[in-house]
Design a protein around this ligand. Structure first.
Ligand code: NAD
Length: 360
């Protein structure tokens, strides 16, 4: 945080309903509040049962259920959903599921202007951002547009009870990554910093409790609360090296999204910490430790998450290609993004060793 306060903070119009059972007892009310009467529910093929329950709760206001969501929103998947929405005469969309379902809902909103309600079932945080993504010919394009920001978000911890522990852990640390990068983002604000620290604290405390007792509604609620805060940070700020690296590793090498974030985060933070000491200290405070990068790696290791990019299938020969792509475009980051620096981060994450780098 700067010594002299100097910031611009934008609050976006978005309602959040948070309580166990809300997916089936609050979504209809949210839709009615927005004046929507013909809703298309979208989900992924594995989330149909949950989405069906939400669709049923909408009664006659539901005009269809489309289960075509896929990871990273292939453009043909978006095209098909637009056809379905038009054929059904939908006046709104309800996305039920993880970041992939919310991503399809956003693509629909982007193409058609239809308002979106999100009912998230993972900790990805996409529901709190105006960021959309579409994949075409193997390349993922992303952009920001207020039209894709869900008008209302219905958080129901009961939906996350079925999220397997390994996915809960990596999805949760994916959320923590949003908060960490928000703390040193050029457009961070005092309010975002508060949300980021509370998001990291809540998520880091909740994940061991979720791993210990995946059926605990209290632990699930705490994790989802952390995901809400971390997702809000992602939506409000510009992400840096960590997100860029993960984007390259996912886009070019097809590495799994949340697992990649989990492996890379301690290394990206250790690299940036000397150039962002206040942010690193804030993360450390939230984790009740002196060394945020080590603590994040210990947390992930303790909870059985993947430890290295090698484990995720990256090849040693890919490191130089990934480094070149990561430095290829300009973006905000507290520490200079050099080929040597990025290669050091990638190599350490590839090997899964201690997250330590010399300062410049
Ligand atoms: P996902 O939505 O693909 O879900 C991962 C897997 O978990 C899927 O197989 C899904 O069926 C299953 N699943 C989801 N919820 C479940 C539950 N409650 N119980 C059991 N299984 C469940 O993955 P994700 O990590 O939520 O989202 C990743 C995607 O979201 C990526 O495409 C990423 O780029 C995008 N994303 C976008 C933003 C943004 O702001 N635009 C933010 C974060 C993530």
């Amino acid at each position: 945080m700067k010594d002299i306060l100097d910031f611009t903070h934008e609050s976006r119009p978005q309602r959040v309903v948070f309580r166990p059972g809300a997916s089936t007892d609050a979504t209809a009310g949210e839709a009615a509040g927005l004046g929507l009467r013909r809703l298309l529910v979208v989900c992924g093929s594995r989330g149909t049962a949950t989405a069906r329950a939400v669709a049923d709760s909408l009664g006659p206001a539901c005009v269809g259920l489309h289960d075509g969501a896929r990871m990273h929103v292939p453009v043909e998947v978006a095209d098909r959903a637009v056809e379905v929405a038009r054929a059904a005469g939908a006046d709104g969309v309800v996305a039920v599921g993880g970041g992939s379902s919310v991503g399809l809902g956003k693509a629909l909103a982007l193409r058609t202007g239809l308002p979106l309600i999100a009912v998230p079932s993972t900790y990805s945080g996409s529901e709190m951002t105006p960021v959309w993504g579409l994949t075409e010919g193997g390349a993922k394009r992303t952009g920001r547009d207020p039209v894709v920001l869900p008008r209302s978000v219905v958080y129901d911890p009961e939906l996350t009870l079925s999220l397997p522990v390994p996915l809960s852990v990596t999805s949760g640390i994916n959320a923590v990554a949003h908060a960490v990068e928000a703390l040193y983002a050029p457009d961070t604000t005092p309010l975002i910093a508060l949300m980021a620290q509370e998001g990291v604290r809540a998520m880091a405390a909740a994940l061991p409790a979720v791993a210990d007792d995946p059926e605990s509604l209290e632990a699930r609620g705490r994790a989802l609360y952390g995901a809400w805060l971390c997702g809000s940070c992602l939506g409000a700020t510009t992400m840096g090296l960590h997100h860029k690296l993960c984007h390259v590793l996912g886009g070019t090498f097809d590495l799994p999204h949340a697992e990649t974030h989990t492996v890379v985060l301690p290394y990206a933070l250790a690299y940036n910490a000397p150039a962002a000491p206040d942010a690193a200290a804030a993360v450390a405070r939230a984790l009740d430790t002196d060394d945020a990068a080590h603590a994040l790696r210990d947390l992930a290791n303790r909870l059985g998450a993947p430890r290295s990019l090698a484990e995720l299938g990256l090849k040693e020969a890919d490191l130089a290609v990934a480094a070149a792509q990561t430095v290829g475009q300009a973006y905000a980051n507290p520490r200079a993004v050099t080929v040597d620096g990025v290669l050091a981060v990638l190599r350490a994450a590839y090997e899964g060793g201690a997250p330590e780098f010399p300062a410049d």
